[in-house]
Each structure stands twice: as structure tokens, then as C-alpha cells.
Design a protein around this ligand. Structure first.
Ligand code: FAD
Length: 521
């Protein structure tokens, strides 16, 4: 038994920190993790929520990243068929739009075909989609098709000038639930996960670190010891490096803010739109939480991770204007019901524009001069979190010695132990077993908890207070589950990150959820 508390101490409870913690504890390391706020309270709850290869990254020749992400989509679908599902994307062709010089591909096209004036020709988009279909060993997801927008239902909400579209596949992921389920699984396997715990100081020794933690609720400080640190602090990775870890380094992080607007539902079908803009950028318009449409994103340099991360009036106007070039009925400020923003912690590769900065991840180990190691994580995507964790484990094994082989591929996250096409059967089983459930309620429970939904509903059925309804069929039994298993400590954790019910519940309902949670921890 080592004299130190942990082999690995992870700083940051976003997707990368939780993914690494889960992988490492499953291989037999002793793992601790500190998150200064709630799990997924920063970037990992503010993504566009796609498991995707990133069609537009092909234009930047990021073939490694795109291929890895495309292959990963289907492994992830198998491991979490409750919180992730296939989605079709309609990409209208925009014959009259002229594009600028913003990507390497558009600059090349301007040189070899000046008469195109920067427009992405249809054949180029089709070629990109051909690669997209064939680079990633697709088995579950259907291939690209051509749509006649004049006759297809997907053409109805769009302006008449859009006659043709390509339709391709990617996947939806409930981003912040993905983080919570990784943390839950890591804990079940023996990791010590502490939320609302900030790493405020470290001391480096020859074979271990002493880490000072601040309990954000009580303001108590305490120290732990660990053989190695993993710095997965996302937007704060640079601040941690220079200040808390005291490392001298030239590695830089480029913070790029991305904002989304959520509007009333703008269309009735369950497919998403992929719109090309005249500035060379793209945005998505995606069906969201049944009653809404999610539109994003932007790319704005964001200099200080401690500055508030908000969707500015300019970003809102940009997204409204962009979407209105496609939708028949203009999208206006009055349609907006919510906005959210996140900061991409990208590796600074010296790219000129925020859109062009690499989305690939970079891992840098520092174990200079016979001192205890630290692994710093830059960049990455939700989609590649599991692969990033596997790469991190290669570095960890080099530093600490190997324990056991990679294991996470297709191993279900909590509640994900059912077939990718088994969702409807799970809902039906619940409905058949509990006559008080409605279809909407049962569907929501399976979407969130998968096979664990039955455990919560059984408790609702057994106890009279378990049925207590806080609104939208949220019961005391469900809140208890969140407190016991998913690190829920406030109403905000539950209504904005374990669920998105904040969009539907009233302030009074959220207040009574808060009181229940505070009284039952
Ligand atoms: P974070 O989620 O930010 O986690 C870092 C954590 O560290 C934070 O929770 C923070 O509180 C904690 N922390 C910091 N300092 C300390 C400290 N001193 N002590 C304790 N804790 C600390 N990827 C996709 O695959 N698909 C998408 O559709 C997609 N869309 C995106 C859209 C936008 C607008 C953005 C911004 C990103 C998007 N991404 C997408 C990328 C993806 O969201 C990020 O790469 C990913 O969430 C980063 O996770 P992380 O764990 O590195 O950082």
C-alpha cells in the first residue's frame, strides 16, 4: 500500500477530467477528482451536444480528428443508448451565396477556380460527405442522401429559393449527463469524486504532490497527497499551469467563446439543419427538448476564463440574422427563450482566426528534473473524450507503470446496458408495469436514466411521498436518486445540468426543488 492518498489526482470535473478518472480507476489506479463548482458547470454543459466528426473540419484538413471522432460516434452510441441517439442533418445548398477566404480549402479553390468566387461548389460538399460517410466505419448510422426541398417536409420551413439539400448522419448527446454518468461510474468503481472543491495550491516533491483543497461551501481547507496530477481544468488549464502548479511553460491555451440561442420550436420534424454562412462559417438549428430549437454557435476570442461567459447582443443578432437567411419566417429577438455560452479551451496553434484554431486535443506531460509528474490537457471535443482518456492513460502508464489494458470501448455507462434499438421497448415495459405513468413521463425517465429508470419509478410506486410532484413529473424519488448517485447539491445542478427542466419549470417549482434538495443531503 502506497503512503500517498492517490496515484492520480484529477483537477476538473468536465468531460475530460471525468472521462480520465473513470478510465484510470477502472484500470486499478487510486483516483481522486476535484471540481470547483458542479460537474459540467463550465464548457461541458454548453456544447452544441453533438457526437460528430465535424464536417467543417475537413476544410481545415483535420483528417485525424475527423476520422477518430467518426469512428467513436458508434462506440459511444452502444455505450449510452439512453442519452445519445442518431440524428439526421439537412444541409441546404445555397447557390447564390458567396463565401469568403476563411478556410484553406476556400483559398485553394479561389486560386484554381477563380470563377467560383469562393463559393463551395455542390460537388465539393458531396465529396466531403462521401468522405464523412466512409472514413468512420459506419454501421448503425444511415448514409448521405439528396433531398428535393420543394417537395420534402424538411423544405417547408425554409425559403423557397432552397431547392436541394444533402441529408447526412451524426448523433445527439446530452452533454452534461454524459459527464455526470462518467463521474457516477468512476465513483462506483472506487474513485473519490469531490464537487465544489477547488484546488488552490500545490507543492511538488520528488515522487509526489501535496495538493491544497478548498471546500467552497464551508471554506475549510485540507491537503491530500498524490503521485501524479492531471490538469483537466478546461478554460483554466493555463491559469492552473502558471499559477497553481507553478510551471514555467510556453504552452498556450486559446479561449474561444461559442454561444447558442434557444427559441420556440421553429419546425415540427426531428431532423436538424446545417446552414452555411457568407462568412465561411456554419451554424446548426436543432430540435431541442421537444418544444424548442437550438441555434448555434459563434466563435469569439475570450481572453479571461474568469470573465462571465455570456451570449452578447452582437452574438444574438449574428445568430438571428444567419438563421433568418434560411427560414421563411424571420427569427427575431422575440423568439429567444434562453441563451447559453461556453468557452472552448483550445490548444494555441497560432491560427489567425478563432474558427480556424485546431479542435484536436494535445496532451503535455511535465516530469522534469526527477519531480512528480503532471499531465496537462488542452482542447478536445465531447465526441473524443473517451479516446482522449485512453491517450492520457498511455502517458499515465509511462509515468506510473502500467496496470491493465484499455477497457472503456462500448462498456455501458450507468443505465446504458441495453441495445441501441431497445429504447422503445424499455419505455413500453415501464408503461406496462406502472399504470400511473404517462407516455411523456416514461419517455423522459428512460432518456435520462435508461435501465435505472425502473429503480426510480419502483420507489415512486412504493412510497407515498415518493410521488410528490415538483412539476414536469419530477418526484422526490427522482431527486433522491440525483442526490445519492449523480452529485446533485442544488436545484441548479438538477434543473440545468442533470436535466434541462429549467426551460419548463416555474421559478416557484425550482425553489421548492431547491428546498427539498437542501433538506435531504
Ligand atoms: P470543462 O468542461 O470546462 O471542465 C473543466 C472543469 O475544471 C470546469 O468544470 C472547472 O470548474 C474545473 N476547474 C477549473 N479550475 C479548477 C480548480 N482550480 N479546481 C477544481 N476544479 C477546477 N464538442 C463536441 O464533441 N460536440 C459539440 O457539439 C461541441 N460543441 C461545442 C460548442 C461550444 C460552444 C463549445 C464551447 C464547445 C463545444 N464542444 C463540442 C467542445 C467540448 O464542449 C469541449 O471540448 C469540452 O466540453 C471540454 O471539456 P473539459 O473537461 O476540457 O472542460
Amino acid at each position: 500500500m502506497s503512503e500517498y492518498d492517490f496515484d492520480i489526482f484529477v483537477i476538473g470535473g468536465g468531460i475530460n477530467g471525468c472521462g480520465i478518472a473513470r478510465d484510470a480507476v477502472g484500470r486499478g489506479y487510486r483516483v481522486g477528482l476535484a471540481e470547483m463548482n458542479d460537474l459540467a458547470s463550465a464548457t461541458s454543459s454548453a456544447s452544441t451536444k453533438l457526437f460528430h466528426g465535424g464536417l467543417r473540419y475537413l476544410e481545415y484538413f483535420e483528417f485525424r480528428l475527423v476520422k477518430e471522432a467518426l469512428i467513436e460516434r458508434e462506440h459511444l452510441l452502444h455505450a449510452m443508448p439512453h442519452i445519445s441517439w442518431p440524428m439526421r442533418f439537412v444541409l441546404p445548398l445555397a447557390p447564390d451565396m458567396r463565401f469568403d477566404n476563411s478556410t484553406p480549402t476556400s483559398r485553394l479553390l479561389r486560386k484554381v477556380m477563380p470563377w467560383m468566387q469562393g463559393r463551395r461548389p455542390d460537388w465539393l460538399i458531396r465529396l466531403g460527405l462521401f468522405l464523412y460517410d466512409h472514413m468512420g466505419g459506419r454501421k448503425i448510422l444511415p448514409a448521405t442522401e439528396t433531398l428535393n426541398l420543394q417537395t420534402a417536409a424538411e423544405g417547408q420551413p425554409l425559403k423557397n429559393s432552397f431547392a436541394k439539400a444533402f441529408e447526412y448522419s451524426d448523433c445527439w448527446i446530452e452533454d452534461s449527463r454524459l459527464v455526470a454518468l462518467n463521474a457516477q461510474d468512476a465513483k462506483q468503481r472506487g474513485a473519490h469524486v469531490m464537487t465544489r472543491t477547488k484546488v488552490i495550491a500545490t507543492q511538488r516533491h520528488a515522487d509526489h504532490w501535496v495538493v491544497t483543497l478548498l471546500d467552497q461551501k464551508t471554506q475549510d481547507r485540507h491537503e491530500i497527497t498524490t503521485k501524479m496530477i492531471v490538469n483537466a481544468a478546461g478554460p483554466w488549464v493555463g491559469e492552473l499551469l502558471g499559477q497553481t502548479l507553478g510551471l514555467k511553460t510556453n504552452e498556450g491555451v486559446r479561449l474561444v467563446r461559442g454561444s447558442h440561442i434557444v427559441t420556440h420550436k421553429l419546425f415540427d420534424h426531428d431532423k436538424a439543419y446545417f446552414f452555411q454562412g457568407t462568412d465561411g462559417r456554419i451554424i446548426f438549428a436543432i430540435p431541442y427538448e421537444n418544444d424548442f430549437t437550438l441555434i448555434g454557435t459563434t466563435d469569439q476570442d475570450h481572453l479571461d476564463p474568469n470573465e462571465p461567459v455570456e451570449c452578447t447582443a452582437e452574438e444574438q443578432a449574428y445568430l438571428l440574422n444567419f438563421a433568418s437567411q434560411y427560414f421563411e419566417t424571420p427569427v427575431t429577438n422575440d423568439d429567444i427563450v434562453w441563451t447559453f455560452s461556453g468557452v472552448r479551451p483550445l490548444y494555441d496553434d497560432g491560427a489567425s482566426s478563432a474558427s480556424a484554431a485546431t479542435r484536436d486535443y494535445v496532451l503535455k506531460i511535465d516530469c522534469a528534473d526527477d519531480t512528480a509528474p503532471v499531465l496537462n490537457i488542452f482542447g478536445g471535443k465531447i465526441t473524443t473524450y473517451r479516446k482522449l482518456a485512453e491517450s492520457a492513460l498511455v502517458e499515465i502508464e509511462n509515468a506510473l507503470g502500467a496496470k491493465s489494458a484499455p477497457w472503456t470501448k462500448r462498456v455501458p455507462l450507468p443505465g446504458g446496458d441495453f441495445n441501441v434499438d431497445g429504447f422503445d421497448a424499455l419505455v413500453k415495459n415501464l408503461l406496462d408495469s406502472y399504470d400511473f405513468l404517462t407516455s411523456t413521463w416514461a419517455t423522459r425517465m428512460v432518456r435520462m436514466y435508461g435501465t435505472n429508470a425502473e429503480k426510480i419509478i419502483a420507489k415512486v410506486a412504493q412510497t407515498s411521498d415518493g410521488k410528490q410532484d415538483f412539476g414536469c413529473n419530477v418526484t422526490a424519488a427522482e431527486l433522491d436518486w440525483g442526490i445519492e448517485n449523480e452529485f446533485v447539491q442544488t436545484a441548479d445542478d438538477f434543473v440545468w445540468r442533470r436535466t434541462r427542466l429549467g426551460l419548463k419549470l416555474t421559478n416557484e417549482q425550482i425553489q421548492s426543488i431547491d428546498s427539498y434538495i437542501l433538506g435531504n443531503q
